[in-house]
Design a binder for this molecule. Structure first.
Ligand SMILES: [Zn+2]
Length: 420
């Protein structure tokens, strides 16, 4: 809107219209969201779950049908004679999303429809046979094109490519600034995918990059709120593995949720001379990442260059020795737990909130060994003494959460674009 013009009558009219337009857009967003999260719904259920009046739901569903975003289906009203029940649902083919998860060993390319259902997936070894960032990006682009081609979807069907990795993503673009795999060699996904033979994506520039922990937190918050049937004021997720990731979701007074993934794994934990994969000393990860635990268990000097990759089998061996009472192995897990507990307590103090902490990732199989140090580390802070210990949840499965986080964020954005 041009704010330079004097506020004449037509101007007032148009701003009036804009606010009505906003309300309508918000309402159609609510309807689309309810259908995304709950699946097919009847008129009355849509009204109940969105809080919109029956008349508003009628107007919005009619419009969304016209836009081709939703469809209606008549189903027999079991046990009732007369009129069949009408169920509204999102139209599968209204838009598609590609979600890519880059992990230390593999890259998973998933295609989802407008309902958020997974319809195809390609999984490749992470290196695509390539060790440099540019070769990786070439393989990446190739895999995306293959997935689109074999889906036989129309040219503009894929509206968003949503990518996740561990590491540091820049806030605005789709650039990975540091990653455990490529170090400080930055990866620019937006330019790597420019001029893609599939114009739907590259025209709109809807390429998103997220830190993986942010997506896990987003998806887990939705899941917990659904199962507990109540909004959570805050939630943190801690991912344990080769890297340490943290995501924090905080709800503000107006009810809006902001999810962030601070660089927790590379936050300074202690000036203890332990060399981190990032090149700094004393990071949380240098104590609590798999290589940190391995280094402590084998009593190698703390400034030893971290192992690139620690096979899970190697970690299991240390764990089973620790469970049999081997003191150095036990200590390695305990010092890792302590680093995590102390660092989490700092996070809680800064957030001024005692929130549930969900622990995810391959490291969850060692919780019996990590928990003692973790509880001890948390308990050392004044925040925990005053407000009590946070609830700890163990979530062993991460992959589906990453996918759900990708799809929910991408479809919310697409709903705003299309439903407006
Ligand atoms: Zn570091």
């Amino acid at each position: 809107m041009d704010t330079q013009k004097p506020a004449t009558r037509p101007m007032l009219k148009s701003s009036q219209k804009t606010s009505n337009e906003n309300v309508r857009q918000q309402n159609s967003g609510l309807v689309l969201e309810a259908l995304r999260r709950d699946g097919a719904l009847a008129h009355t259920d849509l009204s109940a779950s969105t809080g919109l009046s029956s008349a508003t739901v009628s107007a919005i569903t009619a419009e969304l049908e016209k836009l081709g975003l939703i469809e209606r289906r008549e189903v027999a009203n079991v046990g009732h004679r007369g009129r069949p029940r009408v169920l509204f649902n999102r139209r599968r083919d209204a838009a598609h999303v590609i979600a890519v998860r880059i992990s230390s060993h593999a890259v998973q390319y998933s295609l989802a429809d407008y309902r958020g259902t997974l319809i195809d997936r390609i999984e490749e070894p992470r290196d695509h046979g390539a060790t440099t960032a540019s070769a990786f990006l070439a393989g990446f682009r190739d895999a995306i094109e293959r997935l689109i081609r074999r889906s036989r979807l129309p040219d503009d069907a894929v509206m968003t490519i949503s990518i996740s990795s561990k590491g540091i993503a820049d806030r605005d673009g789709a650039k990975l600034l540091w990653s455990p795999i490529f170090g400080y060699e930055s990866l620019d996904f937006e330019s790597a995918l420019s001029g893609l033979s599939h114009p739907g994506v590259s025209d709109r520039g809807n390429i998103r990059l997220f830190n993986e922990s942010l997506l896990v937190t987003h998806a887990l918050l939705l899941r917990l709120e659904k199962s507990r049937q109540t909004p959570l004021p805050a939630l943190a997720t801690l991912s344990l593995g080769h890297s340490i990731g943290l995501g924090v979701a905080l709800r503000d007074r107006s009810g809006l949720v902001r999810v962030v993934a601070p660089n927790f794994g590379h936050m300074l934990h202690a000036a203890d001379g332990k060399l981190c994969r990032c090149g700094a000393y004393g990071c949380v990860e240098a104590s609590a990442g798999f290589y940190g635990i391995l280094r402590a268990a084998f009593e190698v000097p703390p400034d030893t260059i971290p192992a690139k990759f620690v096979p899970l089998g190697e970690m299991e061996k240390i764990a089973s020795r620790a469970r049999q009472g081997h003191r150095v192995s036990e200590y390695a897990f305990r010092q890792a737990g302590l680093a995590l507990g102390q660092s989490l307590s700092r996070m809680l103090s800064l957030a001024e909130e005692t929130m549930p902490i969900a622990i995810t990732g391959p490291g969850t199989r060692f919780m019996d060994l990590l928990m003692r140090g973790l509880t001890e580390g948390l308990g050392q802070s004044q925040h925990v003494r005053v407000h009590g210990a946070p609830e700890i949840l163990i979530i062993t499965e991460e992959e589906t959460l990453v996918f759900e986080g990708h799809v929910d964020r991408a479809l919310t954005e697409i709903d705003q674009d299309l439903g407006g």
